[in-house]
Design a binder for this molecule. Structure first.
Ligand code: AMP
Ligand code: FES
Ligand code: ZN
Length: 333
């Protein structure tokens, strides 16, 4: 197959765009498409200070690289989750982020969960007897917002791609999570202490961000987080990939169609936010879910209570973290 622009050998065919491109023509197309998405949703301008949340994976590192190539003022933010696994997952991820920071000459801010919360994600998982991903999602959202506020960035950008967004939408529709549906959008404006959040790669497939990373020789962590294996979202992704294969463009149509009717769910979003009485971050409860999680971890650690006895100490006054607040499918993540 030949590149549509220069007729050299194509390296990628994108059936949903009916477009084949070679390695030289791919990055300019990708950058142009990124720019158009940023403008379409009025995400940010070159006057804004953007904080790119980087995980060390292909999506977020490609995003950081692309924003800098487009001339945006974008620094990186890495949250060290303290996950070791079989491949030193967090340490490897951090290294990949530092490598790109050095290459593009940008600052990388790093925050460690173990230092801030008092325990890394695997220990938090054991101490709270919850899915690692749910506690992890809550902590990530909290740190992104708090850090952007403290370091005076106007916008937080994440690397969520089309496959991620469609799988989350599918799950939210299956479960009719109206509140999450109301907030599932590529741009969430700043409100009541919550910084503006954007997803500039919302229209790129995983394959497209991978090819951008490869063409630009961006080293990234290929392994999934050890806790993500077997997650429901992955099975939705497989299902949606089959539908896309049968009818290219299905995912994009599903997502864009939803964006057009999203306003129907707006009412569900209208919960007032108040500052947390402990940390001052916006929350719907008196003490935010993050502060309750930290308190929970501190108590369990000092009491060294085995996980199965958790219910008794919860009865003694630690308010359990509600599932909603920790959900993996929160679109604001
Ligand atoms: P995930 O929820 O792992 O699919 O990640 C979605 C997005 O969240 C990524 O594209 C990043 O922008 C951001 N993100 C995930 N993990 C981290 C992390 N450890 N540090 C900073 N940002 C992250
Ligand atoms: Fe958070 Fe896997 S548990 S990235
Ligand atoms: Zn708080």
């Amino acid at each position: 197959m030949k590149c549509r622009k220069c007729l050299k050998k194509a390296i990628i065919y994108m059936p949903e765009h009916r477009l084949a491109l070679c390695s030289a023509c791919y990055s300019p197309w990708f950058l142009d498409y990124t720019e158009r998405t940023i403008r379409k949703f009025k995400m940010f301008s070159r006057r804004d200070r953007v904080l790119v949340a980087v995980s060390g994976g292909k999506d977020s590192l490609s995003l950081w690289h692309a924003l800098n190539a487009l001339g945006y003022e974008a620094d990186g933010f890495y949250i060290d989750l303290g996950i070791v696994g079989s491949n030193n997952y967090s340490e490897q991820s951090k290294q990949r982020c530092f490598e790109l920071a050095e290459r593009i000459g940008r600052r990388l801010h790093v925050v460690s969960v173990a230092e801030e919360v008092g325990a890394p994600i695997p220990e938090i998982k054991d101490l709270t007897a919850r899915e690692a991903c749910s506690a992890c999602g809550l902590i990530k959202r909290y740190f992104m917002n708090r850090y952007a506020l403290e370091a005076e960035y106007n916008v937080i950008a994440t690397g969520h791609n089309l496959d991620d967004e469609v799988a989350v939408l599918f799950s939210n529709v299956l479960n009719w999570n109206r509140g999450y549906l109301a907030r599932q959008y590529p741009v969430l404006d700043e409100r009541e202490g919550l910084k503006k959040k954007v997803k500039p790669f919302v229209y790129f497939t995983e394959k497209q961000t991978t090819v951008y990373a490869l063409v630009n020789r961006i080293a990234y962590v290929r392994d999934e987080c050890p806790y993500a294996l077997g997650a429901t979202t992955l099975s939705y992704k497989d299902l949606l990939a089959q539908l896309e294969h049968q009818a290219p463009g299905t995912k994009r149509r599903f997502l864009d169609g939803f964006y057009q009717i999203r306003a129907l769910f707006a009412e569900a979003e209208a919960t007032a936010l108040v500052p947390c009485s402990r940390c001052g971050q916006p929350t719907t409860t008196e003490v935010c879910a993050y502060c309750r999680l930290v308190e929970h971890v501190e108590r369990r650690r000092s009491a060294a209570v085995p996980v199965r006895k958790v219910a008794a100490s919860e009865a003694a006054g630690v308010r359990p973290i509600e599932h909603e607040e920790l959900s993996l499918h929160h679109p604001g993540s």
